[in-house]
Design a protein around this ligand. Sequence first.
Ligand code: PHE
Length: 439
Amino acid sequence: MKKSSFSSKVGLIMAAAGGAVGLGNIWKFPYIAGENGGGAFLLVYLLCVLLFGMPLLITEFMIGKRSGKSTYGAFRALSGTTHWQWMSWLCVFTAMVIMGFYFVVTGWCFNYLIEALTNVFHGMDASALAEHFRVVNGNLPRMIGFGVLPVLLTAAVLWFDVNKGIERLSKILMPLLLLMMILMAGRVLMLDGSNIGMQFFFQFDYTKITPHVVMEAMGQCFFSLSIGLGALITYGAYMPKGQNVLAASVQVIVLDTLVAIMAGVIIFPAVFAFGVSPEQGPQLVFVVLPAVLEQMSFAWLSSVLFFGLLCIAALTSTISLMEVAVAFVCEATAASRHPLNRRKSVCLVAALAVVLMILCIVFPAIFDLSDQLTAGFTMPLTALCISIFVGWVLPKSGAGSVLRNTTGLKRRVGQVYLFFLRWIVPLIILMVFLNGLGL
Ligand code: PHE
């Protein structure tokens, strides 16, 4: 991605939102919400987004915009020392681990797109679809093939540096995806029994809020907003000069949250109307959505369109994930005796991603562990360090004035932001960590 890549402010927001909106919203959010009490989870999730998602998103954008660098150079440029360099290693580690399982799920989406094209789901009900998922997922060579495909596509985008095309694509496709989801929600809400699903998703039953639910919601917030691994630092570095960081952050958050809620509005009414369990884990959307699409008018076209858009939404996220690692490798090796240029870095990162992806397919325990390790540990840890770094370590008035200088933000807003960054964000993350340790 070159500095000139983002021709407009809207382009950057759409690209950053394209990176944030992905399988986290449409695949992960519904199944985690389903496992954690529906409405209770939604409430805690929304609180997480406001209390620490927002300040952290602003902070990452700001670090990137201010330093003009991605993770490797950014912490060094801002602190003037190398003491904080290790955070960039944590970021790239997280990006690689996420890539491992993310490419597996993207592979599932491609598999479903091909099957939608060949009308495989015609006449299948939810239980037939559950069996279908089991069979497809058990076919290792097929899964590996479908996992390699998005790795190659992502690598190709970075190799040919065609981010400008992606920017344009996001501008059209993201609203299209949202529109498609609204149509699907409209159809689902006409099904008998759909109101039970709406109650499940929107009824905030406080008794269901447990420490575990809070932990899951926090992890989901990091994952869905792409915070805690420097992905947004990288976008921040490409921000046009006059871009308002606060406005960009709000827009990314609103879009991301909207898509997640829409996914819930489609999945849960359908789950109850079809009589399947909301707690079936990662396969949930692959069991429910094809059945929903079968009910639409123009079923074949709807399926193809939806899975096509889902694949593209996943790809815009894998592009931003891979970019974190590629930019890191380029910057980190630049001053060494063996500097790796962009294309060599792309090859290296893609090869590693394929290995991790295959491990996740062959050993399902690694798939689960990768997800838990990143959303439950390394992303919150990185976020904690970032909040301490920007809130406390940078010169006292640092973050506030950096924010104001970089964004032209009003003093008041800067103060509120700084308060959240210094106190609320670290306290919440520490509390959740301590709870995780059983303390
Ligand atoms: N936020 C993306 C999603 O919801 C996943 C992602 C995480 C992308 C971290 C980049 C960095 O699918």
